[in-house]
Structures are given as structure tokens and as C-alpha cells.
Design a protein around this ligand. Structure first.
Ligand SMILES: *[C@@H]1O[C@H](CO)[C@@H](O)[C@H](O)[C@H]1NC(C)=O
Ligand SMILES: *[C@@H]1O[C@H](CO)[C@@H](O)[C@H](O)[C@H]1NC(C)=O
Ligand SMILES: *[C@@H]1O[C@H](CO)[C@@H](O)[C@H](O)[C@H]1NC(C)=O
Ligand SMILES: *[C@@H]1O[C@H](CO)[C@@H](O)[C@H](O)[C@H]1NC(C)=O
Ligand SMILES: *[C@@H]1O[C@H](CO)[C@@H](O)[C@H](O)[C@H]1NC(C)=O
Ligand SMILES: *[C@@H]1O[C@H](CO)[C@@H](O)[C@H](O)[C@H]1NC(C)=O
Ligand SMILES: *[C@@H]1O[C@H](CO)[C@@H](O)[C@H](O)[C@H]1NC(C)=O
Ligand SMILES: *[C@@H]1O[C@H](CO)[C@@H](O)[C@H](O)[C@H]1NC(C)=O
Ligand SMILES: *[C@@H]1O[C@H](CO)[C@@H](O)[C@H](O)[C@H]1NC(C)=O
Ligand SMILES: *[C@@H]1O[C@H](CO)[C@@H](O)[C@H](O)[C@H]1NC(C)=O
Ligand SMILES: *[C@@H]1O[C@H](CO)[C@@H](O)[C@H](O)[C@H]1NC(C)=O
Ligand SMILES: CC(=O)N[C@H]1CO[C@H](CO)[C@@H](O)[C@@H]1O
Length: 363
């Protein structure tokens, strides 16, 4: 599969040279930039330098893309020129609200669900080939990896509603219209747009190099999200249970504090300095997330969030299509909080994956 794709992507890559640079809508771009920025801020220097160099290759082909943060939006820009990779951006899981009818979820082939998990695995496997890739290939796969880990943490790239109004599904909220402060939008776009947390008048402007204020805002928000714990997370029902805290603390102590990233025991009076990787891992390895890079777990999480937060009002009632009243502040506030948690989580997981790739390439 990978080999077959490779020929075709090089063709597209070359065809696209020179096209980029047209004014492109920044729809959903901020979330991707923040995910990329969080990951970069968490990476140890050597790993960050390695991937920064790879993303610099992209500048050879697209001079207006000057960083990994900026490149993170490119797979969406590409959609204007080709639909070849569109299925990489989602993995639909049916959320059925039959509303008393006999309707059921459709039976999908893997290709019909979308190819996001496979695409992430492919990107990862390709990057692990290190210098066996051409510069263009490295830049292509890194950019897609960064982008797709971001998409993975937008729950409506997973949960998709089926009900009597949408017997063929609402396409992850794309067909589900809502009103916010008298403006009509759709649920998917409202998520992509971080529930209007950030300015919407063309933010962030590109190329970033020409808009230092936008860069500051992306960097500042990323820094503060790094500090966010993943509390109040749907997959953590035991968030205040101190027995669980003890299990977690023990597991972290064993796995992270007393063990080096290569699996060896930490030595007393260790003669060499602790590696950057060891120090960084401590900042963001959550023991209750042994599956931190397991995309099956990401799908379960995304589905649960989509069902419980995106498609459900805080009072437990179903979100209604074309809801005649404005979305309540409580719904919007909860959504913003969830989306920020997801960005933080996605950025951390991306950093972890990049570190694992770096270790594989340098093994
Ligand atoms: C569902 O109900 C409709 C009529 O309401 C019927 O025509 C159809 O056969 C039913 N489908 C199944 C799978 O039972
Ligand atoms: C790079 O290619 C060579 C020759 O095919 C192969 O022996 C080597 O294992 C490859 N390296 C990686 C990291 O895939
Ligand atoms: C659910 O059923 C009720 C009662 O038949 C109907 O008023 C409502 O529009 C239905 N909702 C959807 C989403 O189909
Ligand atoms: C919706 O929000 C707008 C802007 O905040 C407000 O003017 C309008 O009265 C609201 N509509 C309803 C039905 O609450
Ligand atoms: C809707 O308008 C109110 C009043 O201006 C504002 O406080 C709120 O943040 C707006 N909601 C969104 C989602 O922008
Ligand atoms: C709390 O976690 C334990 C396992 O650590 C689990 O058995 C239990 O069901 C969880 N409690 C809730 C309320 O989910
Ligand atoms: C707290 O966690 C412990 C251990 O995982 C579990 O046995 C217990 O049922 C949990 N308590 C509550 C209130 O969920
Ligand atoms: C340990 O780190 C210090 C400060 O970065 C450096 O000067 C020193 O050479 C390092 N020692 C070893 C053995 O790597
Ligand atoms: C991954 O999570 C699943 C449950 O979601 C669990 O069964 C499995 O043991 C976990 N894998 C690891 C390596 O912890
Ligand atoms: C990933 O998670 C799935 C579902 O929770 C689990 O079945 C599988 O064993 C996990 N894979 C690994 C490698 O831990
Ligand atoms: C969250 O969603 C899951 C389905 O993914 C459901 O089983 C669970 O009851 C929901 N939790 C809440 C609090 O609504
Ligand atoms: C990956 C790893 O080392 N996991 C270990 C984490 O710690 C628990 C004990 O709390 C071990 O059982 C795991 O094997």
C-alpha cells in the first residue's frame, strides 16, 4: 500500500509546486498550529532540531512555509488541488440516535470509515526510514503526521451522527447546522474553529513570518495548554479517586522516574548526565495512559467525547439540528474546555511519537 501510494504522491507533490502561496482560508489552521507548537515546545533539543531540519526541506518546495508549525496546515490547503488524501483526515464511527425508529448503523468497509489510523501508522513507518527517504518524502510525511495527529484529536473527525434526519450520517457534524449568537454555522466547523475561542477574522494570517502577533498568540496559547492537565477527561471517570492516584503515581515512578527511556534501570549516582529524553518524558508521560500512542484508544476517546460533549447539551438533552435558540454559554464553555484539552493531549502525543521515531532512526 505504501509503495503504491509513494509514486502517486510524488507526482502530486511536484504538480503542487508553485501553487502554494495563493491566499488560503485559515479554517481550522489555528488548532493544527497549536498542536504542532505544543509538540515542538515539549521536544528535547536534539529531537526538535532533527524534525525542524526535515520541515525545512518543505521550504525548498514551498518557500512560504517556514516552520513545522506553519506546515501543519498544508494537508488542508492541498484539498483545494486534490482529493487524493481526503480519506486520511478522518475515521468515522457511527453514533446512532435512532429516536424510536428501527434504523441501524451502516456497515462500513475500512476504506469507507476513513483511513486516519492507517495514514498515521504509514507516516510514522515512513519517517522511521530516516535518511532512506528523499527530502521531499520526509517533509511530506512529517507534515501529514503532524496534521493527522491534530485531526485525530478533533472528536468530530471520529464521532458521526446517524438519526432519522440523517439516515446517511451528518458527516461528523458538517451537515448539522447550529446557531451561535445568531450566526449560523455547522457543528464540525464550530469545532475546527475552537468554538470561536480565538479571533475569527482570518487568524492566523500566513505566512506566519510576516505576522509576529499571530505567532505570539499561537506560542502563548501553546505554552499555557502545556500546563493543562488532562483532568476532566471523559476517559478518566476516576479523576478525584485517590486510590487511582496512588496506582498512577506508583506506575509513573516505576516506569518513568526509575527507568531510562531505553528501558534500562536508572543507576545510583549515574555517571553521565540524565538525557534530554529522560527529562522531557517526565513532563508529559501520564501513567494512566500507557496507550499514549495507540490510535485504537484515540478512536475510543474521540468517539466518547463526540457523543458526550459535542452532540449532547450539558443538561443531558440531545443537541438539536438548527437549534432555534443560540447555543448556551454552558455548552460553548464546556466545548472550549474540551477542545483545549484535546489540543494539549494531541500535542503531547505528537511529541511522544516524534521522540519514538527519533529513537528508531538513531538506534
Ligand atoms: C424498518 O421499518 C420500516 C417501516 O417503518 C420497514 O419498511 C423496514 O423493513 C424496517 N427495517 C428493518 C431492518 O426492520
Ligand atoms: C535503508 O535502506 C537500506 C538498503 O535498502 C536498508 O538496508 C536499511 O535497513 C534501510 N534503513 C532503514 C532505517 O529503513
Ligand atoms: C424524534 O422523534 C420526535 C417524535 O416523533 C420528533 O419530533 C423529532 O423531530 C425526532 N428527531 C429527530 C432528530 O429525528
Ligand atoms: C442570540 O444571540 C444574539 C447575539 O448575542 C442576540 O442578539 C439574540 O437575542 C439571541 N437570540 C436568542 C433567541 O436568544
Ligand atoms: C456570544 O456573545 C456574547 C456576548 O457578546 C459573548 O460573551 C460570547 O462569548 C459569544 N459567544 C461566542 C461563542 O462567541
Ligand atoms: C475507577 O477505576 C477502577 C480501576 O482503576 C475501576 O474498576 C472503577 O470502575 C472506576 N470507577 C468509576 C466510577 O469509573
Ligand atoms: C477508586 O479506585 C479504586 C481502585 O481502582 C476502586 O476499587 C474504587 O472502586 C474506586 N472508588 C470509586 C468511588 O470509584
Ligand atoms: C553534563 O552536562 C554539563 C552541562 O550541560 C556538561 O558541561 C558536561 O559536559 C556533561 N557531562 C557529560 C559526561 O556529558
Ligand atoms: C491499551 O489499552 C487497552 C484498553 O483500552 C488495554 O486492554 C491494553 O492492555 C492497553 N495496552 C497497554 C500496552 O497497556
Ligand atoms: C491498543 O488499544 C486497543 C483497544 O483498546 C487494544 O485492544 C490493543 O491491544 C492496544 N494495542 C497495543 C499495542 O497496546
Ligand atoms: C459517554 O459516552 C459513552 C459512549 O461512548 C457512554 O457509554 C457514556 O454513558 C457517556 N457518558 C456520559 C456521562 O454521558
Ligand atoms: C511499559 C512499562 O514499563 N510498564 C510498566 C509500568 O509499571 C507497571 C507497574 O506499576 C508495570 O506492570 C508495567 O509493566
Amino acid at each position: 500500500m505504501v509503495v503504491g501510494r509513494r509514486t502517486s504522491f510524488i507526482v502530486v507533490f511536484i504538480v503542487l509546486i508553485g501553487l502554494f502561496g495563493a491566499k488560503v482560508d485559515a479554517w481550522g489552521c489555528a488548532g493544527h498550529m497549536i498542536t504542532a507548537e505544543i509538540a515542538q515546545q515539549l521536544l528535547p533539543t536534539n529531537v526538535r532540531r532533527y524534525f525542524t531540519d526535515i520541515s525545512a526541506y518543505q521550504q525548498m518546495y514551498y518557500p512560504r512555509i517556514t516552520s513545522m508549525t506553519e506546515a501543519s496546515c498544508w494537508p488542508d490547503d492541498m484539498k483545494s488541488y486534490t482529493s487524493q488524501y481526503s480519506a486520511w483526515h478522518y475515521f468515522d464511527v457511527c453514533f446512532l440516535r435512532a429516536n424510536g425508529t428501527n434504523m441501524t448503523c451502516p456497515v462500513w468497509t475500512p476504506a469507507e470509515s476513513g483511513e486516519m489510523p492507517t495514514a498515521v501508522a504509514n507516516a510514522r513507518a515512513q519517517l522511521a526510514m530516516g535518511s532512506n527517504l528523499t527530502h521531499a518524502e520526509s517533509a511530506f510525511w512529517l507534515t501529514f503526521l503532524v496534521h493527522l495527529v491534530g485531526d485525530f484529536h478533533q472528536p468530530l473527525h471520529i464521532a458521526t451522527l446517524f438519526n432519522p434526519m440523517f439516515p446517511k450520517g451528518d458527516q461528523g457534524g458538517n451537515r448539522f447546522y447550529i446557531y451561535v449568537n445568531n450566526s449560523r454555522t455547522n457543528l464540525h466547523a464550530f469545532h475546527d474553529d475552537l468554538a470561536w475561542l480565538l479571533p475569527r477574522d482570518g487568524f492566523p494570517q500566513r505566512p506566519l513570518a510576516e505576522y509576529p502577533d499571530d505567532v505570539s498568540m499561537i506560542e502563548g496559547l501553546s505554552e499555557s495548554l502545556i500546563l493543562l492537565q488532562k483532568f476532566a477527561y471523559p476517559s478518566q471517570p476516576n479523576v478525584t479517586n485517590t486510590s487511582v492516584w496512588i496506582e498512577e503515581g506508583f506506575e509513573t515512578g516505576v516506569n518513568i522516574s526509575y527507568t531510562l527511556p531505553n528501558g534500562q534501570d536508572l543507576q545510583f549516582n549515574q555517571h553521565f548526565n540524565l538525557s534530554d529524553t529522560y527529562v522531557t518524558l517526565q513532563k508529559f508521560a501520564y501513567p494512566s495512559q500507557p496507550n499514549v500512542t495507540n490510535t485504537s484508544v484515540w478512536i475510543e476517546e474521540g468517539f466518547e467525547t463526540g457523543v458526550n460533549i459535542s452532540y449532547t447539551l450539558p443538561n443531558g438533552q440531545d443537541l438539536q439540528f438548527n437549534q432555534h435558540f443560540n447555543l448556551s454559554d454552558t455548552y460553548v464553555t464546556r466545548l472550549r474546555s474540551m477542545l483545549q484539552n484535546k489540543l494539549a493531549l494531541g500535542g503531547r502525543r505528537l511529541a511522544r511519537i516524534l521522540m519514538e521515531i527519533y529513537d528508531e532512526v538513531h538506534a
